[in-house]
Design a protein around this ligand. Structure first.
Ligand code: ADP
Length: 602
């Protein structure tokens, strides 16, 4: 059979993928799978049984017809009919029930396998280096979870049902055909192997086609998510036409690539359909001679025809199975690619937990470049005492956010070291390092959950989930309590996707409350107050004073007040500290800081 020969040509890599899928995901569900196989066997057997039934019915009917005028022929016919009808209906019922059970079981195996693969993928992504999010557009990543998963589900289902049910049906049917009239069966079945060659050549083309289509789906997903998250810009800057053109081109590409795929896919079915027709015509043509010559009965011929008709769709399904498997393997490859991502930022083997952190922080000759080669920090050294507030200022692109990223170990330094309380952060556990820091940034992340939950995330991982009281205290100190009480359901109000139902300033105060709740000794504020209006800033400022007391704080801020009261100001330019001192000393010095200040107030 075409599919078989081609399946044997799986590359070593494909075999490994399938092996892993079986071992890790299908094997645990084997009892359900074997039960599905059992009902597939019954289904195949009942299909083949039709051949026998038809032969028997026709032969008896012919005999009765031959008996013609015999006195009890009518009586016999009636008895025959009352016997045949229940048998046919019975076989159909068994076949129908088996069809249902095998379908539900096979689907449940496939869906569970897919669900578990998605869980593995998702788990792996959040363990992987943070840098991976910069490497692949979000939409492409999402399409691995949606598009690739759909393709794989389809492939899994088809493989399970086609490989077992259809192969069995074909084998059973052919066996019965050989029993009915082996010479004629061999003659007519010989047409099918002819299809092997064109099917193999078509499926080679399909592999390329489906890869193009899957990549294109990733692109569209990316563009859609960009376009929808940027809806405000699109409307106000009148970018609708631009977006229509941009997405329109992608949709057109999708049509073009899919048409190519579908055209090639559509070639397989007709080839097999025509060959099926040739086989049926062969049975008719040869059948007459066989019956007249006394080599076969009309029942044999009718049985053969029934079986050929039952076979045809099964053989067609097997003919296209290879395409589905190829698509599925490509999807599986993309799925395992995510599951296999090995983080480079992990706990060292002898990592110890940071405990009772005082908050002394030290950069020792630190250099760092992003993956694209952008040198963000160069030979940077400084020391910060516990409880000090450090303001990072300087032109954009100077490296301020990078310093914060490095302290939280979102990236590892390329050279030098960062120490907290004298310990290299690469030698402490990631969990304890992250537990010792709280980040509040200008891009505030709120999840579509209640206000209370969004504040509670500050302490989700610390074995002591925040109580409603803790949450309220944190909200009060972040000047958020009053506005929260004015929301429809108070702390139980849902904030909408990405906090869409709240104003920028409200979101920011919730983020500050979250950081308060976290109670981490090192605070990283990346323009944390940028979205506040003057009134709420005044409120938050006093809240910040509470929050920062006794903690080591790195703050990136353009607002004068926050910077002015800092213990030290580092002025960063091109990844280096070009000036440092207090506000007063830097103003007096009249360097870059004084110049930036003057610019701000000019
Ligand atoms: P600042 O916070 O002072 O504006 P950053 O620390 O964000 O500066 O950036 C320092 C340099 O690193 C800039 O040249 C910036 O373009 C580059 N950079 C920042 N983030 C990335 C990234 N994810 N990938 C590549 N380059 C980056």
């Amino acid at each position: 059979m075409a599919t078989k020969t081609n399946l044997l040509k799986l590359k070593g890599e494909d075999k490994r993928l399938i092996g892993r899928l079986w071992q890790g995901y299908v094997y645990p569900l084997r009892s359900r799978l074997y039960l599905a196989f059992f009902f597939m066997i019954i289904l195949a057997a009942t299909t083949a049984a039709y051949g026998f039934l038809i032969k028997y019915i026709l032969d008896v009917a012919t005999e009765l017809g031959g008996a013609g005028a015999a006195s009890d022929a009518g009586e016999q016919a009636k008895r025959f009919a009352t016997l045949v009808v229940p048998v046919i209906v019975g076989v159909t019922i068994i076949s129908g029930i088996s069809m249902f059970i095998q379908s539900v079981l096979a689907n449940s195996v496939a869906l569970n396998v897919i669900g578990n693969l998605q869980k593995s993928m998702f788990g792996s992504i959040h363990k992987a280096d943070y840098a991976r999010f910069g490497r692949e557009p979000t939409g492409t990543l999402i399409s691995r979870f949606t598009n690739d998963v759909t393709i794989l589900t389809n492939a899994l289902l088809r493989t399970m049902t086609n490989l077992v049910r259809d192969v069995l049906t074909v084998v059973f049917c052919i066996a019965v055909m050989l029993m009915l009239d082996w010479q004629m069966s061999l003659l007519v079945l010989i047409v099918y192997p002819i299809a092997t060659w064109p099917i193999i050549s078509i499926s080679k083309k399909l592999r390329g086609n489906s890869k193009d289509v899957q990549e294109q789906v990733g692109v569209i997903t990316s563009q859609l998510s960009e376009s929808f998250t940027g809806a405000r810009m699109v409307r106000t800057y009148e970018l609708e036409d631009y977006e229509n053109r941009r997405l329109g081109k992608s949709f057109d590409d999708r049509v073009r690539l899919n048409l190519k795929l579908v055209t090639n896919k559509s070639r397989v079915d007709p080839i097999l359909e025509v060959l099926g027709g040739v086989a049926i015509a062969g049975v008719f043509a040869l059948g007459v001679y066989r019956v007249v010559g006394g080599y076969a009965s009309p029942g044999d011929i009718a049985g053969l025809l029934t079986l050929l008709l039952a076979l045809s769709p099964r053989i067609r399904a097997l003919g296209t199975l290879n395409n589905v498997i190829q698509e599925g393997l490509a999807a599986l490859h993309r799925i395992f690619e995510v599951i296999d991502e090995k983080p480079t930022i992990t706990d060292a083997q002898d990592a110890i937990a940071l405990e009772n952190v005082k908050g002394a922080l030290e950069f020792n000759n630190v250099s760092f470049a992003y993956e694209d080669g952008t040198q963000a920090i160069a030979s940077l050294s400084f020391k910060v005492k516990p409880g000090e507030t450090i303001a990072l200022v300087g032109p954009s692109g100077g490296g301020k956010s990078t310093i914060i990223n490095l302290i939280a170990r979102l990236y590892d330094v390329a050279e030098g070291s960062i120490k907290i309380d004298g310990m290299d952060i690469r030698n402490v556990t990631l969990a304890s390092l992250r537990g010792a820091t709280a980040l509040v940034s200008q891009d505030i992340t709120l999840f579509d959950d209640t206000v209370a939950a969004n504040i509670g995330f500050g302490r989700l991982n610390s074995n002591m989930d925040a109580s409603a009281e803790d949450i309220e205290i944190a909200a009060k100190s972040a000047a958020a309590h009053d506005f929260i009480m004015e929301l429809g359901d108070g702390y139980q109000t849902k904030v909408g996707e990405a906090g869409g139902k709240l104003s920028g300033g409200q979101k920011q105060r919730i983020a500050l409350a979250r950081a308060m709740l976290r109670g981490a000794p090192i605070l990283l504020l990346d323009e944390a107050t940028s979205a506040l209006d003057a009134q709420s800033e005044a409120k938050v400022q006093s809240a910040l004073d509470v929050l920062t007391a006794g903690r080591t704080v790195f703050v990136i801020a353009h607002r004068l007040s926050t910077v002015k009261t800092a213990d030290k100001i580092f002025v960063l330019d091109k990844g280096q500290i070009v000036e440092n001192g207090t506000h007063a000393s830097l103003m007096k010095k009249g360097g870059l800081y004084a110049k930036l200040r003057a610019l701000q107030f000019s």
